[in-house]
Design a protein around this ligand. Structure first.
Ligand code: SF4
Ligand code: SF4
Length: 102
């Protein structure tokens, strides 16, 4: 079994690792990953005590009674190019990525 592989201009190969999951328990909602992703994959959401997700504004610093904390979510996973910039910048190691099996 092989993995989806990119051939770079100098002939080297690179295996992209696509975002699979963000650990909601570890995530502190800092938004760093959102800022480095150029593919509109991610979305910040509010999470209430039952784990239900609620729409929030990423620039809104006000704590809302409707949710317990903010967490990053994968809203458009199909846009991911597997660059792993989000995982590298995450201070809490929330990300799980994987290569695409062919
Ligand atoms: S791997 Fe790259 S494209 Fe995919 S979610 Fe992370 S930063 Fe965005
Ligand atoms: S960088 Fe990590 S801790 Fe911060 S919002 Fe993204 S997933 Fe959560």
């Amino acid at each position: 079994m092989g993995f989806a592989t990119i051939i770079m201009p100098d002939g080297r190969t690179w295996v992209p690792k696509f975002v699979l999951e963000i650990n909601k328990e570890k995530c502190i909602g800092c938004g760093r990953c959102f800022k480095v992703c150029g593919r509109e994959v991610l979305q910040l959401m509010g999470m209430d005590e039952d784990g239900e997700l609620i729409q929030v504004d990423i620039d809104d610093d006000d704590d809302d009674d409707e949710y317990e904390k903010k967490v990053m979510t994968v809203a458009n996973g199909q846009n991911c190019i597997g660059c792993e910039a989000c995982a590298r910048i995450c201070p809490k190691k929330c990300y799980t990525h994987a290569a695409m099996a062919l």
